[in-house]
Ligand binder design. Structure first.
Ligand code: HEC
Length: 480
């Protein structure tokens, strides 16, 4: 294995589609800001472990040395409420249990311990995720504690929960985050569907009036799509590590029509074929499946990605299906035969989002390398025709305007940017993104751009100037 391949193999990222952690929601960087303490206190805290280290060489204590480091730097994203990477660091039990990749610590062996390797920056992504790295003294304390066998709290030493084998399932009502993960306009432009926890909020696109909440989805609606004839609405999601789920409703009366269970993990993206007959789903389990949209019957499985698949799109004539994956590639498939036609492997890191030009001749993709890449799609391969490092942090979403003249991207740097699709010259970047924009949708007439955020806000922009936020919509929520 090459060094690069090994790197890819040792990490699986959960991007924004994504930027939800393995089994929970990823907090925006600001949410993990250091508590507001005077600088002097912070400095003192930072130095404390070093002093301890010098003073005593016996093994660090879980309760007095390790738990405080985890509490200060990690539990904002690794608690039972927000379980990124499937890992809970609130309790010793959670730490022992590990995360999506299994054990986080191997007692006695820091070099084999994911937790240590991640905080030391030896494997990606570095922890704490998108925050300042731990100081060398803290990293050293963690290393020594693990190498000393990672001893737990002494009896009566700390009020920690005992390992319970399985974590309690987090019920929707317990989730405070109202994130909007996905957005789609009805083909007639009048309805906007927003994928949320537990289902899809339908909103009147012009007035912003809530219309309905279509519930029944087990977890987050990570992807939503209307059928091309506007009759059906599909949402995909599922519980992490358990399986994928698709629900299909009739738009006219909100009646649930189909519930499809499939895949070995969450569905991250879905797309209707342009003739409306086939529904394609892409999963964290690295597979793409094609389903008969009317009956829910599974048609075929497309396998070739070696990482989670986060993005899917058909070309407008339906002859090609494209997929973007954490394995740093975009793949081009023949949906009729299931054959993989070719792979676009230029990205240097995982792909979060792809968009096909309305002409069907080009595809744009963005992801962890912060770069927009545009390829011309040929018979037997693609050619990069445009590249731009567009954001300071990973690209979360990418979209073409319906007339194909613009590309819009959103980034983990909390920006939304509009580019000239041909030159990639930046045209606009509307201010005040209150949080990560996790979902983007142009109205079918191209006049409006909807942006849904991690904090649950949904804005509609006038796509002539983009700076003008026409309105912020409050979407319907699942009644508790
Ligand atoms: C801002 C949120 C955030 C903070 C703060 C954070 N993490 Fe994470 N952590 C994540 C996300 C997201 C993942 C999943 C990454 C992936 O799968 O690519 C993760 C994954 C992990 C994993 C791997 C779990 C697995 O089995 O896949 C470990 C270990 C970990 N974090 C340790 C830590 C430690 C230790 C700290 C504190 C020093 C920390 N994290 C702070 C967001 C965070």
């Amino acid at each position: 294995m090459t060094e690069q391949a090994r790197k890819v193999a040792t990490r699986t990222r959960n991007p924004p589609g994504g930027l939800q952690g393995r089994a929970g929601e990823r907090l925006p960087p600001s949410a993990v800001a250091v508590p507001a303490l005077p600088v002097a206190v912070l400095l003192a805290l930072a130095w404390l472990p070093a002093t301890v280290l010098a003073a005593e060489q016996d093994s660090p204590s879980y309760t007095s040395d390790i738990a405080p480091i985890l509490a200060r730097n990690c539990i904002a994203c690794h608690s039972t409420g927000t379980t990124m990477g499937g890992l809970v660091l609130e309790t010793f039990g959670g730490l022992e249990r590990g995360g999506a990749h299994g054990r986080s610590i191997v007692p006695g062996n820091s070099a084999e311990s994911r937790l240590y390797l991640m905080v030391a920056g030896k494997i990606e992504p570095r922890m704490p995720f998108s925050a300042n790295p731990l100081g060398p003294a803290e990293v050293e304390l963690l290393r020594r504690w693990i190498d000393a066998g990672a001893p737990g709290p002494n009896p009566g030493e700390a009020s920690v929960q005992v390992a319970q084998g399985r974590l309690p399932r987090i019920e929707p009502a317990a989730l405070s985050k109202p994130q909007i993960f996905s957005l789609a306009y009805h083909p007639d432009g009048r309805l906007l569907a927003a994928g949320r926890h537990g289902g899809v909020a339908l909103t009147h696109a012009e007035t912003g009036e809530p219309v309905a909440f279509l519930d029944g989805l087990a977890d987050i609606a990570r992807s939503v799509a209307f059928s091309p004839d506007g009759r059906l609405l599909a949402a995909g999601g599922g519980h992490a590590q358990q399986g994928g789920e698709v629900r299909i409703w009739q738009v006219s009366d909100h009646r649930p029509l189909l519930a499809i269970q499939g895949h070995g993990d969450t569905i991250q993206a879905l797309a209707f074929s342009p003739d409306g007959k086939t529904l394609a789903t892409a999963s964290y389990d690295k597979e793409i499946k094609l389903w008969d949209a009317a009956s829910g019957r599974e048609l075929r499985t497309l396998r070739d990605h070696i990482g989670a698949v986060y993005a899917l799109a058909f070309t407008p004539d339906g002859t090609l299906l494209l997929s973007g994956s954490a394995d740093r590639s975009v793949k081009v498939w023949d949906p009729g035969t299931g054959e993989r036609l070719y792979t676009l492997s230029d990205p240097t890191d995982g792909i979060n989002s792809i968009a096909i030009h309305p002409s069907g001749t080009q595809v744009a993709a963005g992801g962890y390398d912060c770069t927009i890449r545009v390829w011309e799609l040929g018979e037997n391969g693609g050619k990069v025709v445009n590249v731009l490092i567009a954001h300071r942090l990973p690209i979360l979403r990418i979209a073409y305007s319906p007339d194909g003249t613009k590309i819009v991207t959103t980034g983990a740097d909390r920006t939304l940017k509009v580019f000239d699709a041909e030159t990639l010259a930046e045209l606009a970047s509307p201010k005040r993104q209150s949080d990560w924009v996790m979902s983007l949708a142009y109205s079918p007439d191209g006049r409006h751009l909807a942006a849904g955020r991690f904090d649950g806000s949904l804005s509609i922009y006038d796509s002539e100037h983009y700076r003008d936020q026409l309105r912020i919509i409050k979407t319907a929520r699942k009644s508790p």
